[in-house]
Each structure stands twice: as C-alpha cells, then as structure tokens.
Design a protein around this ligand. Structure first.
Ligand code: SAM
Length: 357
C-alpha cells in the first residue's frame, strides 16, 4: 500500500510543468535521472527475481561407449531405458552423454542421422533418452521413425510427473504446436494430450514442444487462450519436470560446455578407486549446479587419459571429489548402469543436506 502511494506521487512530480527554459533543462535532466533510477531499480528487482528463481540442478554425465559395448539392439535399448529410469527416479535435470573424441572433431553432429542409419552409441543413447523423457502423446509428432527406436516399445515408461494421462489435470502440461490455426481467433493450437487442443496467445510455428499453463478452468470448450511458460516454470514451483539431454565430445567438454550460468560448481567423479566415505559422513558444499560423472568399461581414469585437455591429470585434480559409492563389492565389476542407481541412492542424503544448508 505504502509503495503504491509513493509511485503515484512520483508520477505527479513527473508531469509538473517547468517554469522557464533553464528549469526546463534542469527539469528534463531531473526527469531523465529519475527515469534512469526507476529503470535501474526495476532491473535490480528483475535480477534479484532471476537469482531467487535459480533453482539448484543435478546433472549426470555418462559415456556413450557403454552402448557400443552391448551385444544387440535389444540390450542397448534396455540399457538406455535403465538410464532414463534412474535419471527420472532421482530427479536428474540434465543427462550429458559424452564421447572420447578429440577437439578436431568439432563439426560432428549427433542429431544428423538418417532413419536407417546405424548410429554411434552416443547418438543412440541421446535419441532414446529424449524419446522416453517426452510424454507419450507428443512422441508421434516429435520423433520421426528411426531404426534406433525399433525396440523402444519394450521399455517400461519413466512415468514422470509431466507425463499426464488424458483424465489428469495439472497446472502445466507439455504440448506440441499443430499446423491448423484456431478457426475463430487464428491463434496457435497446441496438442496437450487432452480431448481438445488449447489455444495459446502466441504465434508459433508447428511442431514446437512447449509448456502450457493450464489455469483453473477445466472447461476446454471455453476457448480461453492459455499461456506458454518457460519449461523451467514447473520446476520453480517444486515439480520435477524431466531432464534435458546434451552431447559432449569428450569429458572436458562436459565441464567446459556446461549450459548453466557459471558452470558446474561441484563435480563428483565415481569409481571403485575413489575415496570410501560413509554416505552419512559425506559433506557436499551448498551448490547451484552439481554434476556426477560416470565412466565406461575402463572407468573415468581412461576418459581423462584419452582427453587432450585432461591427459596426465589425476582424477583428484579433475573432480572435486572422487568417490567409491559401493565399497566391498562382491562382483569384480560394477557396470555403469548399476553404478548410476547405487551412486545416486548413496548421494541422495548428502545432496539433500547440501540443499538445506
Ligand atoms: C565398469 S566400471 C569401470 C571400472 C573401473 N575400474 C572404475 O574406475 O571404477 C564403470 C563405471 O561404473 C562406476 N563404478 C563402478 N564401480 C564403482 C564403485 N565401487 N563406486 C563408484 N562408482 C563405480 C564408475 O563410474 C565406473 O567408471
């Protein structure tokens, strides 16, 4: 209330007529200063808002080579499905799939592949992870047929909170823009997996995945326009909203090409050669963007050796902590997909302590 009055009186001062030329110049300068101050204040509020909304994120990095080591398409698909389920169960926000390519390979594009192509392990893994993260009702529109997807129907769904069924209502729904326009308003129509498409208040090209705020009115016949929001909005409200998938040429690119502002501020490497610390004793510092890295058949140490930028370094120099999350293992090897579940469970408590600190 007090704030509103102050704004009103500021507006009054601004429209006051100047008395002479000199006052006009001074008055204009004053006005300008006031405007600048206001702008600055608004900018600071927006910045604070943005910073306040910057929610901590969890990322995992997994080598694409684990797919190359499988014996069949079915097994490769099952392995990719296990990673998608682990990422969803443990509310992972980003999965980075890395190769062991040299920097010279900059133009390699993991997304460029014909539907009949034999893909690299990384491309295969990325395609299946993205497919499983996408709500079922959007897949047909967003994923053209591809050889790599031929066994995906055998996988259990990830059943994430944004995979809403037809009869379920939530504050947000994932949708895809369709070609047809609304016949009355000419507005963009979005398929959000309900009995009727919703209209959104933005002009958008077809086949774009969007997050739609559904509002409280469940009557789809009302044709009231809905709003498209940032895909991070549900997360800002505490909902888990799936993971992003990113490709990295090699281990150092996982860190270097981080898309989060300021990069990862805490990086954990996992290995049977890592430190043994009881989960209850492990202290993770308060973080904004935490990354947990997993190796392939020969572990993260080999990934370091194969990387031109990291070669010669110790795992201790590359990661803030290097952990053995399953001491006294009975099997001589723990596979990467098993280690992901074991390590994410081991890290759950230390992570929630870090988030509370
Ligand atoms: C087949 S193992 C690689 C074995 C390798 N000697 C190593 O460094 O652990 C594949 C991956 O599983 C994870 N892993 C295996 N055993 C682990 C353990 N005891 N603790 C934590 N992570 C483990 C690591 O990420 C490792 O790179």
């Amino acid at each position: 209330m007090g704030k509103k009055r102050r704004t009103d009186s500021e507006a009054e001062t601004e429209v006051k007529e100047p008395q002479n030329d000199c006052e006009l110049i001074d008055g204009d300068a004053q006005k300008m200063k006031k405007k600048l101050r206001k702008k600055e204040k608004k900018r600071n509020i927006e910045k604070e808002d943005y910073e306040a909304k910057e929610i901590p994120t969890l990322s995992i990095a997994v080598p694409g080579s684990i797919i190359d080591n499988t014996q069949s398409y079915e097994l490769a698909t099952r392995l990719a499905g296990q990673i998608a389920r682990a990422a969803t169960i443990f509310r992972i926000n980003e999965v980075v799939i890395f190769d062991n390519k040299s920097n010279a390979d900059r133009d390699y594009n993991v997304a460029k592949s014909d539907s009949t192509d034999e893909e690299s392990g990384a491309a295969f893994l990325i395609r299946i992870l993205q497919y499983l993260e996408t709500p079922q009702y959007l897949r047909k529109a967003l994923f053209p047929r591809h050889n790599s997807l031929r066994f995906v129907g055998l996988l259990p769904p990830v059943d994430a909170p944004h995979h809403l069924r037809k009869h379920e209502w939530g504050p947000y729904r994932e949708g895809v823009t369709v070609k047809e326009k609304d016949s009355n308003s000419g507005g963009t129509l979005v398929d959000v997996g309900l009995s009727k498409h919703v209209i959104v208040d933005q002009e958008l090209e077809p086949q774009r995945r969007v997050t739609v705020a559904m509002g409280a009115n469940r009557n789809l016949d009302s044709d009231l326009p809905h709003q498209i929001v940032s895909s991070s909005k549900p997360r800002e409200e505490g909902q888990y909203w799936g993971y992003q998938v990113r490709y990295a040429h090699n281990l150092s690119s996982v860190f270097k090409d981080c898309t989060y502002k300021g990069g990862y501020d805490h990086i954990i490497g996992t290995s049977e050669h890592g430190q043994i610390i009881k989960s209850s004793d492990l202290k993770i510092p308060s973080f904004r963007h935490l990354l947990i890295a997993f190796g392939g058949l020969a572990g993260l140490e080999e990934c370091i050796e194969e990387d031109d930028r990291l070669k010669g370094k110790n795992a201790g120099d590359v990661f803030h902590s290097y952990l053995n999350t399953c001491p006294h293992q009975g099997s001589r090897t723990i596979r990467t997909e098993e280690a992901i579940f074991i390590s994410l469970q081991y890290l759950q408590e230390p992570i929630s302590r870090a988030l509370q600190s």
